[in-house]
Design a protein. Structure first.
Lengths: 259, 259, 259, 259
């Protein structure tokens, strides 16, 4: 079970979301309170947008809490749109290429969840990626496939529609060849302008997604788990939702994967 | 709080002690049951004796459970005397040089515990190491100092006496310049022929040390915490003890650090 | 351009071949004398056979010359059959999963060379790996594909025949979709009993392969480049050869990839 | 022999100096043209100043050229004052703690050179660091000692004077206990406002230091070796110099270490 946090709004230091809250992502990586795996120590990553259209990307396989480079980076870099992730492997090898977020062009993507039995049909899933995008298939995770399929299906033009196909195709493969739970997705992704999130599952245990507007900061945090115990105003996203966040706007729509 | 396991006896695969028991060191590194820190993911190490007088040494800063090299090494290498350690840093930077076991010549050494306030008198502790041994001071931990002081004080000739001085000197420094708890030691070390262990604390919370003879394996495990939940015959070493293990012999003597 | 060395014969310390000769693999990784890339610092690996049917595997992305774990491992472990490799990436990301040797079951495999334009048809090459072996496709290199295709085509029953198909299939793909040089192979691989090597290219620049019997050691080194400048008796394997080494026996046959 | 580059002026992307010039630091790390060691692959680091008084710090032990995190960081981060370093170890272990630049408070420091015989008097050099700064002694290099001694001797108030003492004290120790060459220094350091450099040696082979004003960029590069082959206007700093760079101002004074 992974943990992630994203932010959109007035530029702030990454550490204000990633490191410093009392239940920050780093703290969660040491001991998560709502999850089955007690530790998230199989790697971490952060993608941030700044003056370039493409995000910066820093990923490594160390435990996030012991990495001085991460601490320094999050203390120095300010951004108005960023994604951060800590990973607990569900079996795939620990490798930088398997750390979230993934990034292709201006898009970044991170994911908490699973595609049931993915290992048994990974080859077929790989085959869905066309030649011209296949060089972006760098690791072996279901998460990266989900992202690449989204790109193939038109993330640029219709993010919700593209991900409904991507999630639907993999969910169908899991039903054909895999096992339950066929699909669980708590995902966040961005093109550098808008922040998107998905909460969905084929059963009744969709990974949680919360969001919260900070008036003092002038921005919104979107997270897999609330960042501070004493903040009452975290909004839980209902299962089966596609979220679009633009600074102070929130749109939450039904998310219905291709059957 | 660190975890460690050592073995002396008929050669066996390292994995029989390090990886495979249901409460093996690797399992303990994921979730420890008797300790205050829930995870031990700041590095690991193993020292093993074979045909050379000097031990082999494999240490890294990854979480032990996700390192395929460690898994392969422990599955391949057989040894009749070895030490293994997983580390939860108490503040010192994550660096291979700070991973246990430490090794100088034919000696190897590993430690679970602390010297109260060590950071405030680290320089004075370093000063106790003479020039000719100072090139072996590679990291910044109290554990490495304890080992080097032991060497200076005659580990080769009188292991118990040397460690009583080493522990005593640092304990006194902590009383002068540091804070409580002044000294907690659960340590194991070896010259490649005999396995030694210490359980000691300046207060009443000495880190635990257990040992158990395996008839089937023809060897003894000495550990900071029992390796299997269903084994009834783990012997707890009393606080204030110095242990000498030679295959099937055990000698347990009072350990009285220099006042 | 990578460098590799293999050994079959009376057990010796890995360091006798990997580290200690004046032109050892480690020295070659610092500065190679016969190659276009001056340094080989994108990772290394060693596979060794001992009491288990499967080889031990130690691979990392550090420069080989600065890794104390490698130095210790090669000083401690003795083996009568092992493979070692230093890597200079030709573009693929630095990742443990892309380091040689690769290993599946009792087989190990390492490679110096290239498949021209592989990146443009990687997906089609991946498609040739059947589902049941696809979980072994862990990285993104042409070398790993060559090995997995060999396994698919019957490495267990007919090593030469299987590799003639594997090399032939990829060479044909390169002719269809890639660019020159279509295929260059200097490879060594083993099932733990016999050591095999291939020297082949689609043009006239096949990566070199040499072998040499050491009477004092009672074993044979098979290498991509001689290990000592002052040894006159290295035998160059002619291009288009498949070599079978069993202790003191050598068989060299024509290697003719499937057209 | 290490390589370094620093910059002060209008903010630019780190990559404009570190990665992109045809003879950039990264290129130099692959194959240096004016140095005795052919490769610089024992680690790298970058310190950059931005909105905080303290610099950001990113250091790792991978070869700089294969690190995607470094590539991304230097492509994203803009700074008007930064230091970058690639390391070829002269014997000290590869460890993040031994990578340059070092940083304490708002100061950063990097160094190319050596103190003759430092290993034989490292303990005495360590003893010169007072208790209150000793927790900043994290590695084992002569370079870090040089920096910490400078801090002790008043870097904040009189950078030139402080470094004349620091270099002088270590040079004297080398004369007493070490060997020739007693002292070679090509160093750059900064407090976040001004960039300083030293070129000095106890013999006639002081490590080179060059600087060049870029009109198009509105800033100055200060380097151990010119960054582009076709740029004619690199100024060589004479041996025995202390340089002070403030945007478009340059002051070069004699550097006379304490005798």
């Amino acid at each position: 079970m992974c943990r992630w946090a994203a932010y959109i709004g007035q530029p702030c230091y990454l550490e204000d979301v990633v490191t410093r809250p009392d239940h920050s992502l780093i703290q969660q990586s040491i001991q998560a309170t709502e999850c089955k795996t007690a530790t998230n120590a199989d790697g971490f990553g952060v993608a941030w947008y700044n003056t370039r259209p493409e995000p910066g990307l820093y990923r490594d396989t160390y435990p996030a809490w012991s990495d001085p480079n991460l601490r320094s980076l999050t203390a120095q870099v300010q951004s108005g749109l960023f994604l951060a992730h800590v990973r607990a492997s569900t079996g795939t090898a620990t490798s930088r290429n398997n750390c979230h977020p993934f990034s292709v062009g201006r898009w970044s993507f991170m994911h908490n969840g699973q595609v049931g039995g993915f290992d048994t049909f990974r080859r077929r899933a790989d085959m869905l990626i066309p030649d011209q995008l296949y060089h972006e298939r760098k690791g072996a995770t279901d998460s990266e496939i989900l992202f690449l399929l989204g790109l193939v299906e038109g993330l640029d033009d219709d993010p919700k529609g593209a991900m409904e196909i991507a999630v639907g195709v993999l969910q169908r493969m899991s039903r054909d060849k895999g096992h339950t739970p066929h699909m669980r997705v708590g995902a966040a992704f961005s093109d550098g302008e808008t922040l998107y999130a998905i909460r969905y599952a084929s059963d009744d245990r969709a990974p949680t997604v919360y969001h919260r507007w900070s008036k003092s900061r002038g921005g919104r945090a979107v997270v897999s788990e609330p960042l501070a115990a004493n903040e009452a105003d975290w909004h839980a996203v209902p299962p089966g939702s596609f979220c679009t966040f633009k600074a102070d706007q929130v749109r939450i729509e039904p998310f219905r994967p291709l059957a």
